[in-house]
Design a protein around this ligand. Sequence first.
Ligand code: S3P
Length: 172
Amino acid sequence: AGEWNLKKTVVMVGMMGAGKTAVGRALATRLGVPFLDSDAEIEAAATMSIAEIFERDGEAFFRDRETEVIDRLLENQRGILSTGGGAFLSERNRQIISQKGVSVWLDADLDLLWSRVKHKNTRPLLRTANPRETLKTLYEARVPSYRKADLAVRSLAEYSIDTMAGHVVEAL
Ligand code: S3P
């Protein structure tokens, strides 16, 4: 226990449902460092939910806010930063993240991701006629980007949030 003196912010990346927020939060508690969440920051600044932002202003607008927020959070303090599932896809974001942070991909299989997101209606990208298929398409398109993360930690159904946080600490 005690406080870790992080040299860099640990940036959680990966698909929706991989556990970025839950594991990131547990990790921050374990290390005694601040927990930061780009989606939550965007929502607070806009006083709207992510779904509302997508609906009103569109995805491109959201992506611009996402880049600004990640840049600002990495600038201001060290801690654990959870990002949205699309954040690590842009070259620009990856550049910002690799300058000031160490990226950790939470690598979960499609079936596990689906089991975790299927009951939720908070993710605008999955509001399609066939969300299972949409998730698969996103997954396949995104894995090549996630592979560019500095570290990868497997996320399995039988791992608790604390077990996952422990695996991230071991990988750091
Ligand atoms: C997105 C994932 C969401 C949120 C937005 C877009 C994505 O975050 O940023 O709905 O493109 O995968 P989570 O990964 O926390 O669900």
